[in-house]
Design a protein. Structure first.
Length: 502
């Protein structure tokens, strides 16, 4: 890679189902956030290569009663980001509730509360279009078979221009069961170009699928289709589902994801052009590129979404999300640095996957070392806190207060089929109730755990292979908890959280 080129992926972590829009000289991207809060991450770039996280559009998932405990594969699926009438708009489908939208005058907000545009089960991947030529507004969405019994088809609506409601019952505009070889058509992104309505939509499933393009002279069809990006002889499996954006100089680019198991869905940037026959050509004649000339945009300094955190004043950075809607008192603000987490009492203390009070961020997509200092302040027997790798299986290392009042270094794990954790190493005394924790994440997301009680780092337990959730990559997590009981159970503090390349 040189100053004139970039290397994929441009976002090497789980920024799932990306969509992108340009406003002036700025590019903005959002992604799925499923059951974590805050949701709908907002990323900014000036060159389409370097991105920073500038906020979230969804403070809490609604209705709140549905997200008091983790629902890792539910919530916010495949959003669409648009700019219309001097406002930013994000539409998404909650597969259990329907199609929502939020909007704001600026990318950093204030964002409106979620508005339910269409209620129903299995309504996913919505995308609006305001047609500047006619003044009409439209909405297209896909279907989740797990909720509706239907998939592989797209439904279209006329929409009120203020995006508060739909103007018809909807019409089946693409039935991919009628397209030879196509299955799991979803994730549509809707555009107007060159006199056509265009739907850029993936098919074939997240692991092995492809990117399709469909076009029609009328929004309601009939549509003709073509595959415009697929793996071919590259090592980029299933390159699809994303958004098209045009630079001020007229260059076209396409951002999409690649499913990488425990790392989730990482984001690639592909060159795009319109062929002589009027169809889009993405990548290197339909194959994803690994290295390519940078977009014709002013050079920008290196930037990436934040990972490290000193937690100034007890506040955590934008990169962190809870595993469900947060409650007051989980994290305490104070005058110094460091994150102070309350040891929340829970009947699920034996299984981190069920806890809403785990503070998470994305697993890095390259070999990395994750470190944090931990001190356990709680005097409550059974109180514990630690650093976790969290997925369908999980592993964690940290401190626990014993029934005799001593603090032990503990390392535990649970397989995906297990309903409670087990020791991954023998507990050992932790004098002073403090430790430096370290997880080294190697190739294939194989994790080695270490601890430093003051005499240098020591390895702990066997290698743990991180696993994803169904749709979500593995997460890094910080937590503090205590068994069920009466009264306040104390707290734990975390300082100097760092992720470094290995």
């Amino acid at each position: 890679m040189t100053e004139e080129t970039y290397r994929n992926p441009v976002l090497n972590a789980d920024w799932s189902d990306p969509d992108v829009v340009r406003v002036g000289d700025d590019f903005y991207l959002t992604a799925s956030s499923f059951g974590r809060a805050p949701g709908l991450p907002l990323l900014h770039s000036r060159d389409l290569v370097h991105w920073t996280l500038v906020g979230h559009a969804l403070e809490r998932l609604e209705p709140g009663s549905e997200f008091t405990s983790p629902r890792h594969d539910c919530g916010v699926w495949a959003p669409s980001l648009r700019h219309h009438d001097d406002r930013f708009w994000i539409f998404w489908g909650d597969p259990d509730q329907g199609i929502f939208q939020v909007n704001a005058p600026e990318i950093r907000g204030p964002w409106t509360r979620p508005h339910l545009v269409k209620e129903g089960k299995g309504l996913i991947d919505p995308c609006p279009l305001w047609d500047d030529e006619t003044g009409e507004a439209y909405l297209v969405h896909a279907w989740a078979k797990s909720r509706s019994g239907v998939k592989n088809r797209l439904t279209g609506h006329r929409m009120h221009p203020d995006a508060t409601s739909l103007l018809d019952e909807g019409k089946l505009i693409v039935d991919a069961d009628r397209i030879p070889g196509w299955f799991t058509l979803e994730g549509p992104k809707l555009y107007r170009h060159d006199g056509w309505f265009w739907i850029l939509a993936p098919a074939g499933g997240v692991e092995t699928g492809w990117q399709g393009a469909l076009r029609a002279r009328d929004f309601f069809g009939p549509y003709e289709e073509r595959i415009v990006l697929e793996q071919k002889d590259t090592d980029v499996n299933g390159p699809h589902q994303g958004g098209w954006v045009r630079t001020p100089s007229g260059e076209d680019w396409f951002l999409h994801f690649q499913q990488r198991g425990p790392y989730g869905r990482v984001v690639h940037l592909q060159p795009m052009r319109w062929g002589s026959d009027g169809w889009p050509v993405i990548g290197d004649d339909g194959a994803p590129v690994a290295v390519h000339r940078r977009p014709d945009l002013p050079p920008q300094p290196y930037a990436a979404p934040a990972t490290d955190d000193d937690f100034p004043g007890g506040r955590f950075g934008r990169q962190w999300q809870w595993t469900a809607n947060p409650q007051d008192g989980w994290a305490t603000q104070h005058s110094g640095d460091g994150l102070r987490l309350t040891c929340v009492r829970s009947v699920d203390a034996h299984d981190l996957r069920k806890l809403p009070n785990v503070l998470t961020q994305r697993l890095p997509g390259t070999p990395s070392a994750v470190e944090v200092d931990l001190r356990l302040h709680s005097e409550e027997p059974g109180a514990r806190a630690g650093l976790a790798v969290l997925g369908d299986a999980f592993g964690w290392i940290g401190l626990q207060r014993g029934t005799d009042g001593t603090v032990h270094l503990v390392h535990r794990f649970a397989e995906s089929v297990a309903d409670k954790e087990r020791d991954a190493a023998h507990p050992r005394l932790a004098p002073g109730g403090r430790v430096r924790l370290r997880i080294e994440i190697g190739a294939g997301a194989r994790c080695r755990f270490f601890y430093d009680l003051g005499d240098g780092p020591s390895p702990s337990g066997p290698v743990f292979a991180a696993t994803p959730w169904r749709w979500v990559g593995a997460l890094l997590g910080l937590f503090a908890l205590a068994p069920v009981g009466a009264g306040h159970a104390g707290a734990a503090s975390f300082t100097q959280f760092r992720i470094t390349d290995l």
